[in-house]
Write a protein that binds this ligand. Structure first.
Ligand code: PHE
Length: 331
């Protein structure tokens, strides 16, 4: 019998079939186990020899199974390693491409558009004085319109600039007309929610030329062309509005790019998205910078707002969290 069992063990060619053999011999209902139940029928004088013989057989079988198991496990491991083999010489170290942050990407696109129209790019300080941020822009002290801008005040009357409009003033004070400029950069306002962050980017535009040379029609044409360049085939509408530094002033809407003007959550079911502010430069602004006999238009827009619309980003704050999972989507 034992020879037959040992043969069976030897022939098992997988861990599974070895287990079957083990159950067949040593399991609860196994053939060897069954022998043990015969013990009670053995005369007492032979019991010792019987038990000894039983234990020997059991030990032999167990050992054979263990040995075979070791062999089969080694074989299985070898098989597994063969399948998992990594050819390091084949390893393809593709460098990961970086991507422009959507804000920078949008900023570039807008800047390039106006540079192609011969606008110069101007810069100004982030910490401004009251004169450039407010006063010269027809926002005298205690003017109620100052409340429109949730200003961060610094020491000695300085402010973090609340818009890029002070760069208009700085540029006009250092150059003679005609002027055709844009001013991109950071601005700061005390505001923080899903569509506002305390720091964001604006682009300001200013065109100044001889008296009567610049009209609202010029402004309108440039804005419509620009918005078509940025958003494709959208409708553009001008709504009368108020800015202290322009008169008349307008806010400009495009038909909602998410619902094609039908009305959805993003456009608050109006079918329109507000995208910029603009107007004809107020005479008082020219007075503040000693310009005479000139006319001009100005516009200002939020770059993050454009980036959110172009890339369909829901939460403005996510633009400043540097989450690689978001940024990786803009490759
Ligand atoms: N400075 C304005 C703002 O921040 C935008 C603007 C600029 C409006 C130029 C008209 C003309 O809200």
């Amino acid at each position: 019998m034992i020879q037959e069992w040992l043969k069976k063990i030897e022939l098992a060619n997988s861990l599974g079939s070895l287990e079957d053999v083990r159950v067949e011999i040593l399991g609860k209902k196994g053939v060897l186990t069954a022998q043990f139940t015969k013990m009670k029928d053995i005369p007492n004088t032979q019991k010792k020899a019987f038990a000894q013989n039983f234990n020997e057989q059991k030990a032999k079988v167990s050992e054979a199974i263990e040995n075979k198991k070791t062999v089969l496990m080694a074989l299985a491991l070898e098989e597994h390693l063969k399948l998992e083999k990594i050819d390091v010489t084949k390893f393809n170290m593709q460098p990961q491409n970086g991507a422009f942050h959507p804000v920078i990407d949008t900023l570039d696109k807008i800047t390039t558009y106006f540079q192609n129209l011969n606008f110069s790019v101007e810069e100004g300080p982030l910490v401004e004085d009251d004169f450039h941020n407010f006063e010269a822009l027809n926002l005298p002290k205690y003017h109620p319109a100052r409340d429109m801008q949730d200003t961060f005040y610094c020491k000695d009357g300085a402010v973090l600039r609340t818009h890029t409009s002070p760069v208009q003033i700085r540029t006009m004070m250092k150059t003679k007309p005609p002027i055709r400029m844009i001013a991109p950069g950071n601005v700061f306002r005390k505001d923080f929610d899903i569509t506002h962050t305390p720091m964001f980017n604006q682009i300001e535009g200013l065109v100044v030329d001889k008296h009567n040379k610049i009209s609202f029609a010029n402004l309108k044409h440039v804005m419509v062309e620009f918005l078509h360049h940025m958003f494709g085939d959208v409708e553009v509408r001008f709504r009368p509005s108020f800015f202290p530094f322009t008169e008349p002033s307008a806010e400009v809407d495009i038909s909602c790019i998410f619902c094609n003007g039908k009305g959805c959550r993003v456009c608050s079911h109006t079918g329109w998205l507000e995208v910029l502010g603009c107007g004809i430069v107020d005479e008082n602004v020219f007075k503040a910078v000693n310009y005479e006999n000139v006319s001009g238009y100005a516009f200002g827009l939020g770059i993050e707002r454009f980036a959110m619309l172009i890339h369909k980003i829901g939460d403005l704050r996510s633009l400043f969290e540097s989450d690689i999972r978001l940024l990786g989507q803009f490759r």
